[in-house]
Design a protein. Structure first.
Length: 144
């Protein structure tokens, strides 16, 4: 079975119908059709609802829409994985990349531990990490 690590920016791009949704939605459909195992670190369960909350606060979406999107997210088929050494590995990656934030490094660390690609809608993360971690993939590199 194919495993794919996804970050919060990827799901939020789909849920909030952002510019990259045209790339994200076909990927998600493909992974569903092929029964790929989607995974993310524990932070994912807070980051996505936080992004929905922020979109509501900034009046990008209505509260009723945010409620429906949260319900959809809570039923989203993803395996949350937090191995014992996830934080240590993320710390080491952050140090090696001189990353300003640790939370993005958790996704890279999980992809490394699980030996799979990490897909993101965060171009900044790809620019920072892809030379050292070529399995960090930007959703914009796909074809629609």
């Amino acid at each position: 079975m194919v495993r794919v690590c996804i970050d919060a920016s990827l799901i939020l791009a789909s849920l909030l119908k952002e510019d990259l949704s045209a790339f994200v939605d076909p990927l998600l459909s493909s992974w569903t059709e092929t029964r790929a195992e989607l995974l993310a670190p524990p932070l994912f369960g807070v980051e996505v609802p936080s992004g929905l909350r922020q979109a509501t606060h900034r009046k990008r979406i209505e509260l009723t829409e945010a409620d429906a999107l949260l319900k959809f997210f809570l039923e989203f088929p993803i395996r949350i994985s937090g191995s014992d050494n996830l934080l240590q590995k993320a710390w080491a990656i952050g140090r090696d990349l001189n990353a300003p934030r640790l939370y993005d490094m958790l996704y890279i660390a999980l992809a490394e531990i699980e030996d799979c690609d990490l897909w993101t809608a965060d171009r900044r993360l790809v620019n920072l990490a892809s030379r050292r971690f070529p399995r960090v993939r930007w959703v914009g590199e796909t074809q629609t």
